[in-house]
Design a protein around this ligand. Structure first.
Ligand code: UDP
Ligand code: XDX
Length: 321
């Protein structure tokens, strides 16, 4: 690792692997002393199997027992299952991406749900968690908030964790984060070596200051994490970033075929951010074998992004109001 990445990794990595490793009382005090309002956002597309327990746990811990979180919003991202009803029944506020900033239309993708979440929440600190997380992850919330509540220089905090991989009924102790290991990490190391210390650049659990998040574009697809990381590096420098070891992360994993398109979206975003990038086609061709021969399938992975929320008139009017 380059000296700047190594120094960042040493200075900006903290540990919050369980609740007994976190001084929640101190965080509550810092929240009140700083006059902070905290939003938790769960982008969810067809997560009826996991979103209810997750919402119930997070509300019990951080809204009922300990008033750390002020609002918990599930962003329903064109779900075709009962995600919205299950989340609402568990106590979450639920907004459909189509209902937020309707004049701007709705694009497909996780990043779109996250971009719209800024217009559907009010916290000056925003925590993002995937809605397909498994196991006890309540500590993720105070863990991610810690650096934001205690260090005014930090604008964005990434969770990091070991990533078991579930294959059928077997859970392998490692192997998760396939797009990270095979695509994002090599590209980030090559193009932004100062980010080499980021353990989970694509991890879906992170938190940020609204004042920073509203100044950067949100890639509508799965390119959103890598796009935010590069854009927030450019906005505030390495010193404005931090990461927290949250222990282990398990989630409902997609197959390699779906991850192929995700990887394409990550690569397209990296190419769009790397000024020296050739004029990327925005297309990805993959192949299946139909028994007789290889059948190509081309899909668009072109970067489709939303502008910084701070430039959207309706958002600015809401802030002014
Ligand atoms: O168009 C989308 C795709 C995904 N997601 C959500 O984003 C999170 C991460 O997506 P996914 O689990 O598909 O990615 P993985 O974790 O498998 O890489 C999950 O809560 C999804 O429900 C979303 O809100 N809209
Ligand atoms: O890190 C990764 O390689 C991918 C896939 O993880 P798995 O191989 O399914 O554990 O998962 C992440 O990437 C997505 C794109 O940035 C994020 O949106 C997901 O939240 C995150 O789980």
């Amino acid at each position: 690792m380059r000296p700047d990445a190594r120094a960042w990794f040493a200075d900006r990595t903290t540990t919050a692997t369980s609740l007994d490793r976190i001084d929640v009382a101190a965080l509550l005090h810092a929240k009140h002393r700083g006059g902070h309002r905290i939003s938790v956002v769960l982008p969810a597309r067809n997560e009826e199997a996991t979103v209810g327990r997750l919402v119930a746990d997070l509300r019990a811990h951080w809204m009922r027992r300990t008033p750390l979180v002020d609002e918990l919003v599930v962003v329903d991202s064109d779900s075709t299952d009962a995600t919205a009803a299950v989340a609402r029944a568990a106590g979450a506020s639920v907004v459909a991406t189509t209902d937020v900033l309707p004049a701007h239309g709705t694009r497909r993708g996780k990043g779109e749900a996250l971009w719209k979440s800024l217009a559907a929440t009010t916290g000056d600190l925003v925590v993002f968690l995937d809605a397909d997380l498994l196991g006890d992850v309540a500590h993720y919330v105070p863990g991610l908030l810690g650096p934001l509540l205690t260090d005014p220089q930090v604008d964005y905090v990434k969770g990091c964790y070991t990533r078991p991989l579930q294959v059928g009924d077997v859970v392998l102790p490692a192997g998760g984060g396939r797009v990270t290991e095979l695509t994002a990490r090599p590209l980030l190391n090559a193009l932004w070596p100062e980010l080499a210390g980021v353990v989970q650049p694509l991890g879906g659990e992170y938190a940020g200051r609204r004042t920073a998040l509203e100044q950067v574009p949100f890639v509508a697809s799965y390119g959103v994490e890598v796009g935010l990381l590069v854009d927030l590096l450019r906005l505030g420098g390495l010193a404005s970033l931090a990461q927290v070891d949250l222990g282990e992360r398990r989630h409902t994993s997609q197959g390699v075929e779906a991850l192929g398109e995700m990887a394409g979206q990550v690569v397209a975003t990296v190419l769009a951010r790397a000024a020296s990038a050739p004029d990327a086609s925005g297309l990805l061709t993959r192949f299946r074998h139909d028994g007789a021969g290889f059948v190509p399938r081309t899909s668009s992975v072109a970067v489709d992004e939303r502008p910084p929320m701070g430039t959207v008139p309706e958002y600015r009017a809401r802030l002014a109001g």
